[in-house]
Ligand binder design. Structure first.
Ligand SMILES: [Mn+2]
Length: 230
């Protein structure tokens, strides 16, 4: 049994499928998706359908809540927040469902978003979408910061963290910087797996530093990259 974590997919389902082909998962393997499965990219609906197909095939998939899933849920509850979500890539999510209104999204998908946890811990790895606010006694009790926080490496409380290593996404980071984090992982114990895959699609440019979807093996600690193919 193998476990992989994957960074922000943002509706890039073709790239997600291509990365999954590289991983060649078998029944009993596990995936942790680090949030922001939806918005901005072309096929958010397809990403969720892919998750359901993996689960049907016996693969354990944990989908963490990202700030984009939270924006959708907030907009569903409060129409005043709809515009904020729509402008932050929510329109592309509605388009992928071929609906005009959030209220037309099938209930199974809304239930799926509402059930997403804000953090996950397994095998010595602590996974969140955004970051951990170490000014709090227990950073895991502050969902808003788990989903939204950036620039938090300077305050890590290694006493609280213990032997754990933190995996996260949310803030697109260029590949040379991700590789630096990866090579210092034993000492620093944080790794950002968001290489801004969707920006290769949005900007229609191919930068060598951004634009990959990344997987990280929790077993071998190997990084696997897939160029955006949207
Ligand atoms: Mn995010």
């Amino acid at each position: 049994m193998r476990t992989f974590a994957i960074g922000d997919i943002h509706g890039c389902n073709r790239t997600f499928l291509a990365l999954l082909r590289q991983l060649n998962l078998q029944s009993g393997d596990a995936l942790i998706l680090l949030g922001d499965l939806i918005d901005r990219g072309p096929d958010s609906k397809g990403v969720i359908n892919t998750v359901w197909r993996l689960q049907d095939a016996g693969i354990g998939v944990v989908c963490l809540r990202g700030n984009h899933e939270q924006m959708l849920l907030d907009a569903k509850l409060n129409p005043e927040k709809l515009d904020f979500w729509i402008k932050n890539g929510g329109q592309q999510t509605l388009d992928s469902f071929q609906v005009k209104y959030l209220s037309d999204l099938p209930g199974a998908y809304l239930d799926f978003f509402a059930a997403m946890p804000c953090w996950h811990e397994t095998g010595g790895f602590l996974c969140v979408h955004g970051g951990l606010d170490f000014s709090k006694t227990n950073p895991l009790k502050h969902p808003k910061t788990l989903l939204w926080m950036r620039d938090w490496y300077g305050r890590i409380n290694y006493d609280w963290l213990g032997a754990r290593t933190m995996l996260h996404g949310h803030t697109p980071l260029e590949m040379p910087d991700i590789l630096l984090q990866h090579s210092a992982l034993r000492e620093q114990r944080y790794l950002n797996l968001d290489n801004g895959c969707v920006y290769a699609f949005l900007r229609r440019t191919r930068s060598r530093k951004l634009g990959r979807l990344l997987a990280f093996s929790l077993d071998t600690r190997e990084l696997i990259g897939q160029d955006c193919s949207e």
